[in-house]
Write a protein that binds this ligand. Structure first.
Ligand code: ZN
Length: 114
């Protein structure tokens, strides 16, 4: 008995090699799921696709999936330098301060919205 490994004599494939392939398969799928966190596809769906449709298909899905849209957009606001009131529309002078008799120009500011 030369071979101590479980060798399938018909194909020459050892149990070790099969284990290694399964390990690589699962590891690949998990890695893709991890990477897909920031993708539109999401970790869970990515994991299922990679496990059931092979990681090769999973990789294609991963590459085809766009980045998850960050739901942040900038809006322009106009702030009065005197009373600090923020307006959504642009005025030449702050209407509130104008009532008080001051002609205060509004300052353009950008606000991140989610
Ligand atoms: Zn004002």
């Amino acid at each position: 008995m030369k071979h101590l490994l479980l060798t399938d004599t018909r194909t020459g494939v050892t149990a070790e090699l099969i284990f290694l392939l399964v390990f690589a398969y699962v590891l690949w799928a998990i890695l893709l799921a991890f990477l897909a966190r920031k993708k539109e596809i999401g970790s869970f769906r990515q994991l299922l696709i990679s496990l059931f449709l092979t990681p090769v298909v999973g990789t294609l899905f991963y590459l085809g999936s766009g980045d998850r849209k960050m739901e942040i957009y900038q809006v322009t606001r106009y702030q009065c330098k005197r009373c600090k009131y923020v307006f959504t529309e642009e005025y030449t002078y702050c209407p509130y301060c104008q009532k008080d008799g001051y002609e205060v120009e509004l300052e353009k500011t950008f606000k991140d919205m989610t």
